[in-house]
Ligand binder design. Sequence first.
Ligand SMILES: [Zn+2]
Length: 291
Amino acid sequence: MSVPWPDNRRMAVCLTWDVDGESAMYVRAPDRARTLLSELHQRLYGPQIGIWRVLKLLQKYDLPGTFYVPGYTAEIHPELVHAIASAGHPLGLHGYLHEALETLDEGAELDTLRKSKAILNQLTGYEPRLYRAPSWELKRRTPELLVREGVLSDSSLMDDEAPYALETPAGPLIEIPIHWCLDDAEYWMHSRVNRDKSIEDPESVFRIWSGEFEGYYEEGGCYVLTLHPFVSGRPFMMATVERLIRFIQGFPGVWWTTMDEVTSHAARLCAEGRIPVRHSPPPTPYDSAQA
Ligand SMILES: [Zn+2]
């Protein structure tokens, strides 16, 4: 569903990166993380090489980006947080160790959120107000918890193509939807444990990304591309991202923006009753206390 965009623009485009670095390995495969270097170093490619290539690309086209950084990644690679912030790109929360929320009870989830907020706050001097759940997996209680902790938007759900207000008992949370088909990891993340998954031909990835873009352009949506420096920071994948940027630049009336600006814009529209309001959690056929 479309929403009114600033200056009568037709749609919004947000280029976003989840700067996971090594973090998720410690949660997803703790035994291998403890004993093996290889996959940790594959992911370290993001903080060491990929992120710098991403910042250079944004600078080359004078475009804004949005960066979701786990607290642990920020802690051990503070230089990348400083570089992102000093280039004027907003940072968002993305767990501490990229924890799967389903493994955390409410107290642990709250601790993780507060800890990662404090780390980004200390490094940037501002209070992060954007959130994206690790692996896009929100718990039923998470939207309310985010609102109570001062977070204004989430970007983890797939039920729309433009921002809307997700109602919670603590007030509305702006949801900026995403989708698997607009994520690099689905096509190009490849490791020892998923060697049967081939690395996708960039031509077909470009066809999917540009085809989705044309649909969003027609409908007036908010096109959110989700990338990872350790995945598409590699040369041939970055070339595909750059090709997409040049493709989108051929369309007039596009608002190249950040998730932070979309959040502020959607919050204003929400106050004026001009974006859809959805309810969270949705009705359940079972006792949600067990969820
Ligand atoms: Zn992530």
